[in-house]
Ligand binder design. Structure first.
Ligand SMILES: [Zn+2]
Length: 112
């Protein structure tokens, strides 16, 4: 069990996702800035991610969670192998920074 730097419990689509900020070496892939793990209902954000990018990255990972929990990931899987990632990136860049999160998670993302 990896001890997170910090963790936040986020209710989402009837699940409780634990958002953790972790050192890069604890991510499943060293190139990742964020990741969603369906089995453990966790989102990991790398601790070196600038605070200004945390909201958009969280939005990106929550879109992965949305696709998984809704079953859309299985529908789009056969269209193109990069379809899910492309959708999550589009969501992150177009909408991610415009989303409002409850003030508690905004403060948490900013390390307050
Ligand atoms: Zn992604």
């Amino acid at each position: 069990m990896v001890k997170p730097v910090r963790a936040y419990k986020l209710p989402f689509m009837g699940q409780q996702i634990t958002v953790k900020i972790l050192p890069q070496k604890k991510m499943t892939d060293n190139d990742l800035l964020g990741e969603f793990l369906l089995d453990s209902h966790e989102i990991h954000l790398v601790e070196t991610l600038p605070r200004s990018a945390r909201r958009a990255t969280l939005s990106h990972e929550l879109f992965h969670a949305f696709l998984a929990y809704s079953g859309y990931n299985q529908i789009i899987d056969g269209i193109h192998p990069n379809m899910e990632e492309a959708l999550c990136r589009a969501f992150e860049h177009c909408i991610g920074n415009m989303l409002y999160y409850p003030s508690k998670i905004e403060e948490w993302l900013n390390g307050e």
